[in-house]
Design a protein around this ligand. Structure first.
Ligand code: NAD
Length: 347
């Protein structure tokens, strides 16, 4: 297979530690991938005002097969403008409409719930990634007065809802999963929820072998904490997806363990660990690199290197089971040492 080109943006804080660690693991697999690193970050923004260069998104789409991002966010940039322009820019301007969040418990000791075993937590959340209240539409009137009015508009398009729901069914079919659950709040948010309900039924009819279910998002949170084994594929909107994926991360051992992909089939897609830049952890060699390493495995699979991806997943599982990990999940190793152990296991 021809060499794939990956743009790497370590970003801020612990992103600068977990991404180089994950790249070493990818290199150990021998997958034919070329990395080009970009310094888009708070440091760069504070130096010359650049968030992402003018032609940045076109360049990424034109010259790269995938993008691998660490985390963006730094207390020295209180507006978070660089993070917004780089991260949300990639998601929105490159139209990466499906945020894919595998939720898999690797070891019983990592789950905060009593008696929950790895076979009980194995599902995927598909979060709509380009619409909802995150499109930045709205405004403020009479700011700072007792009569202040703030609006934040929730955008749901037929096209956007349909393609993400179809993505969820396609993923279920590809992965041999049996059920797609759509979650919304259509009992009170009737206009947007109505569209999701109608489109879900229409698209589901094309996949008769896959069961369907609907759950209001508040009930979903309760069930996720009480009985996570009932879930298989969950599809939901941007905001509810944002919230439930953090809850789901807790089931698998915390933010340091969670991987994600921002995908538009056929276009250059972006892969990032779910966690942020964790400023208090930055530069201390304590951040868990597994979220980033599992994200790299997901990216390799997406690029067509399924065997290399599987080797990484097996090495990560061994690290967790043998406690060759950072302290957040019970080990004693630093970021670099935990990644080195996984490099050894991959080799
Ligand atoms: N996708 C992103 O780049 C992204 C996502 C979330 C937050 N952020 C930004 O990151 C900054 C910090 O945000 P936050 O503190 O709310 O979230 P965060 O994910 O950075 O950290 C929250 C907590 O989770 C734990 N944690 C996160 N990653 C970990 C890891 N790899 N290993 C061990 N523990 C880990 C730590 O206890 C940490 O204090 C903010 O600027 C925020 O805007 C960026």
């Amino acid at each position: 297979m021809s060499k794939k080109r990956v743009a790497v943006v370590p970003g801020d804080g612990i992103g600068k530690e977990v991404i180089p660690a994950a790249l070493k693991v990818v290199e150990a697999t021998g997958a034919p991938v070329d990395f080009t690193t970009f310094d888009w970050s708070a440091d760069r923004y504070l130096k010359d005002g650049t968030t992402i260069p003018a032609d940045g998104f076109n360049m990424l789409a034109r010259d790269f097969d995938a993008i691998f991002v660490g985390a963006l966010g730094d207390p020295r940039v209180p507006t978070n403008i660089h993070a917004k322009e780089i991260l949300l820019g990639m998601r929105f301007k490159m139209d990466l409409y499906a945020n894919v969040r595998p939720v898999k418990l690797l070891d019983e000791t990592l789950c905060p719930l009593k008696g929950v075993k790895p076979e009980h937590v194995d599902f995927v959340v598909i979060r709509e990634n380009t619409e909802g209240p995150y499109v930045d539409a709205g405004g403020v009137l009479k700011q700072g007065t007792p009569d202040e009015i703030a609006t934040q508009e929730d955008f749901n398009t037929r096209k956007g809802v349909e393609r993400v729901i179809r993505f969820a069914f396609e993923l279920a079919r590809k992965q041999g999963r049996k059920k797609v659950l759509m979650s919304d709040k259509s009992n009170v948010m009737t206009f947007a929820g109505g569209l999701w309900q109608r489109v879900f039924k229409i698209v589901a009819a094309e996949y008769p072998e896959i069961q369907t279910q609907h759950m209001y998002v508040d009930a979903l949170c309760m069930h996720m904490a009480r009985d996570p084994k009932q879930f298989d594929v969950i599809v939901t909107n941007n905001m509810f997806g944002d919230i439930i994926t953090d809850l789901a991360a807790a089931l698998q051992g915390g933010l340091g363990m969670a991987a994600s992909g921002n995908i538009h089939p056929g276009k250059t897609s972006m892969f990032e660990p779910v966690h942020g830049s964790a400023p208090p952890f930055a530069g201390k060699n304590i951040a868990n690199p597994i979220g980033a390493i599992s994200t790299a495995a997901m990216m390799l699979e997406h690029l067509g290197f399924a065997q290399e991806s599987e080797r990484i997943n097996k090495a990560v599982l061994a690290a967790v089971q043998q406690k060759k990990t950072t302290s957040d999940i019970g080990g004693t190793l630093g970021t670099k040492e935990a990644a080195e152990w996984i490099v050894g296991a991959v080799r």
